[in-house]
Design a binder for this molecule. Structure first.
Ligand SMILES: Nc1ncnc2c1ncn2[C@@H]1O[C@H](COP(=O)(O)OP(=O)(O)OP(=O)(O)O)[C@@H](O)[C@H]1O
Length: 605
């Protein structure tokens, strides 16, 4: 249990809910001392009853006893409230820090690293609750300590032997808790992976995206059986610890009760012999129960703090991860593109143990021209785009923006000058307006800009006809507050409509310096594709654009076409030049063209 991690958790908690935690602390002190006050006042009342009763004294004592009783009754619900409120505040701040940190990652590498994703998932699921758990556990320890120390102190009045005997009576419970809590912590760590896999299966089995394929291919049972296997593994681990707990706690409870019983007998005998008062007997009885419970609670709380610290360590490591790509302390501002973007002898692989994806690519995307990249699946086209947007850095070589290495530039400014439509653009479960505005959120204030982008992508009419127009939620997963009156207004778009929406998102910025279109029209019908490409051509005029498509027909008007093969540029030239070379491009083009030529008469027939 690292004190540094616990310190971080407490600092975060203090920033989020200082006043609530102070109140929580005060109530914990009160809660820790209340049982002692009740027991002590009870002893005094009983002792007074045994002798000549002095009424004024008795009234004072009973009022104090009633007050302590009220405090003891009021403290637990008050603690629950303050604890819940401080937990909520701390959790909110922890979530804010986590997501702000994740958002600061410049590149993609961490999102594709299973070890980091695992840590991120733990941080997100449990780490954000840890500071609250550390506070709860810490104050729980304080409460228990006050109870134990308070009773030990009070019992000293009766002699050190009684104090030692009461503490000893709690020893079996204490030993049991220590043994069990170690085992419990080990079980939490042991089943963590299985729990995450189970979560994955359960999400997949109920996701609308997977529902179609799972039904059609009948793959559901295969997956839910694997999910059940994970649950069985988790249950098995918990069952083992539960059984151990049953045996250990059962046995030790008997032992603890026997020790307590022996102590009680001794106290009663001492009282009968006149060595102790009846009040002393009552105090010992109360002390045995309270000290046993407090010592067991003490161990539980220490273990809870330990576990919370372990989970919070994952959170801290995500939040402290720093930039995933090196960013200069004072990055250079990104000027408008004048000459072009250059790939200079770019080599790239996703990891040192993986094969090279790009092997010495030299390519210039001129500031006022359209460059098209062609290549078979896996040739490295999208990887080129990722390097261009600085989602990764080249392993060797450099990408230069008007001669300046992208690594020297401000990544946020760079991205404001680039717009891209990806083949795997994300369909957000948001309104149509928000889905487009993701491309430039300032457009939310300017509905005209969103509509203009939708018109350019040829999707305005579709969106305009939706039940709530641009404000229609594009999901059936849930409904928005505005749709409460009619939760059925959410709609599901077709694949091509989504793609047009993604194109609108990419075209929202009217003057990007560089427009990247990575398979932007693969889901469109032929007519729509032609229409979209005509509009895109207009939009690209006079600025740099990079076009990637497997449909070579849409690339033929590019100023330069390059063929990527085995991570190298195998051919480059205009459409006519490449056809004249009669090599890979010409072969691919004729293959596609012949497909259309032979397919058409058959279709007509
Ligand atoms: N995140 C990644 N981690 C490891 N390897 C990757 C990753 N992304 C892509 N690759 C690999 O890099 C190679 C190039 O992939 P890339 O997506 O750039 O190809 P592409 O030319 O765009 O293919 P397609 O035409 O199928 O879209 C492929 O072999 C792929 O398996």
């Amino acid at each position: 249990m690292s004190p540094r991690v616990i310190g971080r958790a407490l600092t975060l908690a203090r920033h989020a809910a200082a006043a609530h935690i102070a109140g929580y602390l005060a109530l914990s002190v009160l809660g820790g001392l209340a049982p002692l006050a009740v027991a002590w006042l009870g002893k005094l009342v009983i002792d007074r009853l045994a002798g000549p009763v002095r009424w004024l004294d008795m009234v004072g004592l009973t009022v104090a006893l009633a007050g302590a009783g009220v405090a003891a009754a009021v403290v637990p619900p008050a603690v629950r409230y303050v604890r819940a409120e401080s937990d909520r505040r701390v959790n909110l701040l922890a979530v804010e820090h986590l997501y702000a940190s994740v958002d600061r990652f410049v590149g993609l590498r961490r999102f594709e690293d299973p070890a980091f994703l695992d840590r991120l998932q733990i941080a997100r699921a449990s780490g954000v609750n840890s500071p609250g758990m550390v506070v709860d556990g810490g104050l729980g320890v304080l409460r228990s300590l006050l109870t134990v120390v308070g009773f030990a102190g009070a019992l000293l009045v009766l002699g050190p032997g009684v104090t030692a005997a009461v503490l000893l009576s709690a020893a079996p419970a204490l030993a049991a808790e220590i043994a069990l809590s170690r085992r419990r912590a080990a079980v939490v760590a042991e089943v963590g992976q299985a729990e995450r896999r189970e979560m994955f299966y359960s999400t997949l089995l109920t996701s609308p995206q997977a529902a179609k394929e799972l039904r059609l291919f009948g793959a559901g049972p295969y997956l839910w059986r694997r999910m059940l296997a994970e649950i069985r593994t988790i249950d098995g681990a918990h069952r083992r610890i539960d059984r151990r707990e049953l045996v250990l706690q059962g046995g030790l409870a008997v032992l603890g009760a026997a020790v307590a019983g022996a102590l009680l007998l001794w106290t009663v005998r001492a009282a009968a012999a006149g060595a102790l008062t009846i009040g002393d007997v009552a105090l010992v009885v109360a002390a045995v129960g309270s000290v046993q419970a407090a010592l067991a609670g003490l161990v539980t709380e220490i273990v809870a703090v330990h576990q919370a610290a372990l989970l919070f360590e994952h959170y801290v490591r995500v939040v402290d991860a720093g930039p995933d790509l090196p960013v200069r302390r004072t990055p250079l501002p990104v000027a408008p593109l004048r000459r072009g973007v250059e790939f200079r002898d770019v080599w790239f692989r996703y990891a040192p143990d993986q094969p090279w994806v790009l092997r010495g690519v030299d390519l210039v995307l001129p500031a006022d021209g359209c460059t098209a990249v062609v290549g078979l699946n896996g040739a490295g086209k999208t990887t080129l785009v990722k390097l261009l947007c600085r989602l990764y850095d080249p392993t060797r070589g450099a990408v230069l923006w008007d001669g300046v290495d992208l690594r020297d530039l401000d990544p946020a400014q760079l991205r404001r000058r680039i717009r891209a439509v990806f083949q795997d653009a994300v369909p957000y479960d948001l309104t149509a307006r928000e889905n487009i505005a993701i491309g430039d959120l300032t457009a939310l204030e300017h509905p005209g800009r969103i509509e203009a982008a939708a018109r350019r992508a040829g999707v305005h009419d579709v969106l305009d006809r939706l039940p709530n127009g641009y404000d229609t939620l594009l999901t059936r997963l849930f409904f928005s507050e505005d749709d409460r009156a009619d939760p059925s207004t959410g709609v599901v778009l077709s694949g091509g409509q989504w793609q047009r929406l993604a194109i609108a998102r990419g075209l929202l910025l009217e003057q990007p310096d560089l427009l990247v279109l990575d398979e932007p029209s693969s889901a469109l019908d032929a007519e729509a594709e032609h229409e979209v490409h005509t509009r895109l051509r207009e939009h690209r005029q006079g600025r740099a654009s990079l076009l990637i498509s497997h449909r070579l027909g849409v690339l033929r008007e590019a100023d330069l076409i390059v063929v990527l093969a085995d991570g190298r540029i195998a051919e480059r030239g205009t459409h006519d030049e490449l056809l004249a070379r009669d090599d890979a491009y010409a072969r691919l083009f004729h293959l596609q063209a012949s497909g259309y030529r032979t397919a058409l008469p058959e279709q007509v027939a």
